[in-house]
Design a protein around this ligand. Structure first.
Ligand code: F6R
Length: 241
């Protein structure tokens, strides 16, 4: 696990965008695994800017997102699909037919999980997976548990995650209680992983992920044994190193 400490959030975003840009330039038909939440916003701004200046071409790129809320459609302003359209898809020349997320409106979780898992495998797997980190060490929506879930699955969100995500909703009551997420195995099969972490409130989680015991109670800790992980953390998130 390579750890890069950035001066601040802007620097973190720039460095993470450098890594994603290199991937796009070196392999123009890469499959990028993408994340939502607050952390990637600056990274997507950077990528959009580099597309505007003519330095990046997304026309052959494929994207697969980590997760989507159960029950929410792409048109729902709180859905991850909506977020991705707003922050990235509508700002670069990604083909709509190349951008994939779990379908929150498919309430039959068995078929949806299988469909999304197969889709990722049929694309040939993920070349570079971007991850954020939850306060409880979650990656994607793989919450602390007694075992690592391998494949795409439907998960019950923890109270801590619901509280953390309520900032995107009117109230905690409106945060969906379930989500589809790639499993730890799905994420682990990515050829390269980039974990971006910002803010001192994530410092303890990042420390446990990078230096603690590898256990499903800290889902991100599994990344310690992946062969190609880069962590880009700002000074706040890295304060315990
Ligand atoms: C989002 C996701 C989550 C977030 C994590 C951190 O697609 O899978 O694991 O990356 O909850 O979220 P932020 O960046 O909002 O702190």
């Amino acid at each position: 696990m390579k750890i890069i400490i950035a001066e601040n959030y802007k620097e973190l975003s720039r460095r993470a965008a450098n890594m994603i840009s290199a991937q796009i330039i070196l392999k123009s038909d890469s499959v990028l695994g993408l994340a939502t939440g607050s952390t990637p916003v600056g990274i997507y701004d950077q990528l959009a800017e580099r597309y505007q200046t003519g330095d990046l071409d997304f026309s052959q790129i494929f994207t697969v997102n980590l997760d989507e809320y159960y029950g929410l459609s792409a048109e729902d302003r709180q859905s991850y699909h909506y977020y991705m359209t707003k922050y990235l898809f509508s700002r670069v020349n990604l083909s709509k037919a190349h951008c994939f997320l779990p379908d929150g409106t498919n309430l039959d979780s068995r078929t949806e999980c299988k469909r999304y898992q197969n889709l990722i495998e049929d694309l040939g797997g993920i070349d570079l997976q971007l991850l954020g980190l939850g306060h409880n060490g979650h990656i994607g929506f793989n919450e602390p548990a007694d075992f690592f879930e391998k494949e795409v699955h439907l998960v019950n969100l923890t109270e801590q995650t619901i509280q953390a995500n309520q900032r995107f909703f009117e109230s905690a009551k409106e945060v969906p209680r379930q989500a589809y997420t790639m499993g730890i195995g799905t994420i682990f099969q990515a050829r390269k992983i980039l974990l971006a972490v910002s803010g001192k409130e994530k410092a303890e989680a990042l420390y446990q992920v990078a230096k603690g015991r590898i256990c499903p109670q800290v889902p991100g800790s599994i990344l310690q044994i992946h062969p190609d992980v880069t962590v880009i953390a700002d000074k706040g998130a890295a304060e315990l190193f």
